[in-house]
Design a protein around this ligand. Sequence first.
Ligand code: ADP
Ligand code: MG
Length: 384
Amino acid sequence: MAVSWMNNITVAVRVRPVAKGGFRCVHAPEHDRTLLDVRDPDDKMGGSDYLRLNKTRGKRFTFDRVLGEQAQQADVYEATAAQLVQPTLEGFNGTCFAYGATGAGKTHTMMGGLDAPGVVPLAVHELFRAAHEGAEDASVKISMQYIEIYNERIRDLLNPPDEGAGGKHERALDVRESPSAGTFVAGATEKVVSSAAELLDVLHRGNLYRTTEPTGCNEWSSRSHAVLQIVSRSQDRFDDGAPVRRGKLSMIDLAGSERATRTENTGARLNEATNINRSLLSLANCINALADRTRSSKAQHVPYRDSKLTRLLKDSLGGNCLTVMITCVSPAPSEFEETLNSLKYANRAKEIKVVDVQLTATVDAADRQLRIVSELRQEIVQQQ
Ligand code: ADP
Ligand code: MG
């Protein structure tokens, strides 16, 4: 099955709230939800002068959606991941990732808290609601994987190492590719879940294994990429020969995008920083290559193989899939450089846009071969 889509990437920017009053290096105008005004705090003009001078001295960006400081979690969800839910059930791949410096609001946006659930729990609830609603017509099986990429090593957050008997024994996991499953982490636990509550419970338990660094706090999680992949396998009930459609929804809380020089990086820390940059850098390189390909409409090598993250996302980024990028930024003047860097990155991602993209649903491979055989038979019969 193929469907047309308006475009294959949505680039949204969310500005996190900071204390009221005072200078802001980014401002989302009320009247237009696609604009973002940026001003260098070194211009030393704050408060009411900001808007007046902004026209001449600031820089204006446009994105598919800008979510200002007042935006609620539900607003962010509606503008971003909500559009990926139905396609997942129909057999398409979708990716939603949060990009930005540490403290810019990525984890808040993706996971949120009990009182303000983020994009992930909201999407999960909607996925199960929609699957339940369509249960008379199609049976749906939903499973999940949850892994962390830290220092270019993949850890299975659903099967943590046994820390009891003399330390950690972690199996090294790697990314593989197969015609039936696309790209996947070989050996990572795939857990079948039957409700949103069960999925979120498993996810929260997985999250507990992210913060085990001796230095505590969220040091570790800000240096690692957390990748949740939800797979839906659905089959029409009233059509015996109906294929099993397999859709994959990837939701990623990326490592902090700040440059290595900002924090004191020595020894192990430097190694971490280099590896984080390797994954984020190759994500940027892939985005650049996809943008160039869009512009020149020529075959362009996309360097998916350069890092674990991009190898895993090969079937969920830029190809036969839908991508939503949420760039999180802070309006605090002290964050100006990081904010501007993140916005430039998001601006580049905008260029990947393929208008009127045709997507083809994924069907399980064994099933696909059977269908090809039966289609060929039909063709032969028609020709005779
Ligand atoms: P990151 O994951 O990008 O490092 P966090 O999501 O952990 O950043 O955000 C840093 C802090 O700011 C957290 O305490 C978080 O709860 C808070 N925060 C971030 N964004 C928002 C928001 N939109 N509304 C309220 N609090 C927020
Ligand atoms: Mg975080």
